[in-house]
Design a protein around this ligand. Structure first.
Ligand code: ZN
Length: 437
């Protein structure tokens, strides 16, 4: 065997290797997915934050007006709903209605009404908000745009979530609809703080403890655990008898498949329930799915068996055996949404309160459905939702202590108290910036 003397760039030496020749490098080529091809392409980007920050005030108003009304000249008065070429004041940057005579700006009677930040900051914040794939932390947004307070950034993000909740998570979807329920929330930092994750007995102690526990003792232990969990405010699953932690919720998603291979799902609807029960999935389907004409695809969860009979076909995949059934049945698009929500909860937002879980799920539905859209186009779409749902119901007056008093659930809302310290300026006199003890 002859070993060829190959000059190397590192050493420059031409000494022949005495060892066996270097094996040919095997090139591993993975077929790139449709999604990765999009994200690597030039279509994946269009505008940057700098684009918005360079706009003049008038250009910002024109941009917003074109998205809100489709025109800068023919606009609709939000007070009396009359569409006309209302009087424009270039000094005030707002219109005077030809009908009712009231004045209005481009953000009047929208979730952005009464905004304190500049329109450039607002548009830049929106751009950054759509750029995150699993959410945009409000603290990070504040740092990037030098916003005055955390509440400014937080309420802005929350108002965008509300726009998705009230403007986007509505209407029926049809076609091949995948439905799934996933456990979410229930990981409150205040409950975990200062406690070990699990109590582990190792070594000989474990064997001893195991030997001591007879079957009846185990059963008693489980009964006691269940009673303790219920006493702590846990939720009893009406069908299976499981007890879930008090803050645990089931996040339901319904997604329409695109029907094009590699293109995933088109539209997502989300809802929150206390448990995956037949009643909850029925309420979800009644609210969001065109029932008789659609095809339902789920896993083999028992909650879906009764619901499935109302559809043309019910495709079920047994997830304990495979991700895709023998005839191609799967609910992988619903699982894909669950994965994004998980990444948002574990990686970005950390502790989503059950009360706000629906809002965050609606945000994730928007992100999931606009994953193949360049940020500028997606920001325009998000802006359209934000400008078309009217004033904020949930976040107007938030910093002054006005909080939503209920939790949105598919089986009927339930009261939920505001958490954390009271917001807004305390009526008690402040001593050195702190309330007196
Ligand atoms: Zn008017």
């Amino acid at each position: 065997m002859t070993t060829a003397s190959v000059p190397t760039s590192t050493g420059g030496a031409t000494a022949a290797s005495k060892s066996s020749p270097r094996p040919l490098r095997t090139v591993v080529r993975r077929p790139s997915s449709d999604a990765s091809r999009f994200h690597m392409s030039t279509k994946a980007v269009d505008r940057s934050v700098a684009y918005y920050l360079k706009l003049s005030d008038l250009q910002c108003v024109k941009h917003l007006a074109n998205i809100r009304w489709g025109s800068f000249t023919q606009v609709t008065c939000p007070h009396c709903n009359s569409s006309s070429a209302h009087y424009w004041s270039a000094i005030e940057l707002r219109w005077k209605c030809k009908g009712c005579g009231k004045r209005f700006s481009v953000t009047s009677k929208t979730v952005f009404a009464g905004h304190r930040i500049t329109l450039q900051q607002l548009l830049a914040a929106l751009h950054l908000w759509v750029c995150g794939s699993a959410g945009q932390p409000a603290l990070e947004l504040r740092r990037m745009l030098n916003l005055g307070s955390y509440n400014t950034a937080f309420t802005l993000c929350s108002k965008l979530r509300e726009a998705m909740l009230r403007g986007r998570n509505v209407g029926l979807i049809s076609g091949v609809v995948e439905m799934d329920g996933a456990h979410a929330s229930g990981r409150r930092a205040s409950l975990k703080r200062g406690k070990p994750l699990t109590f582990r007995v190792t070594g000989e102690d474990a064997a001893q403890k195991d030997a001591l526990l007879t079957t009846s003792a185990r059963q008693k232990q489980r009964r006691d655990e269940k009673a303790a969990a219920l006493a702590a405010g846990g939720i009893l699953h009406p069908e299976h008898g499981n007890v879930f932690p008090k803050d645990r919720r089931v996040l339901f998603s319904a997604r329409t498949r695109s029907g094009v291979r590699g293109r995933g799902a088109l539209v997502t609807r989300v809802a929150i329930g206390l448990a995956e029960t037949p009643d909850a999935v029925q309420a979800l389907a009644d609210a969001y799915v065109a029932i008789p004409e659609s095809i339902l695809a789920t896993d083999t969860g028992s909650a879906f068996s009764k619901l499935g009979k109302q559809f043309q076909v019910h495709l079920q995949v047994n997830h304990s055996e495979a991700l895709v059934g023998p005839n191609g049945e799967h609910s992988n698009q619903a699982e894909s949404f669950n994965a994004r929500q998980d990444r948002a909860e574990y990686g970005v937002y950390r502790n989503i309160e059950p009360k706000q879980l629906h809002d965050y799920a609606c945000e994730m539905a928007f992100r999931e459905d606009h994953r193949r859209m360049a940020p500028g186009a997606a920001a325009d779409r998000a802006l359209w939702y934000a400008l078309s749902v009217g004033p904020s119901h949930y976040w107007r007056g938030y910093t002054h202590g006005k909080h939503r008093s209920y939790e949105i659930l598919i089986t009927g809302n339930q009261p939920a108290a505001a958490s954390g310290p009271a917001k807004g300026r305390s009526p008690i006199s402040m001593v050195n910036g702190r309330p007196p003890r």
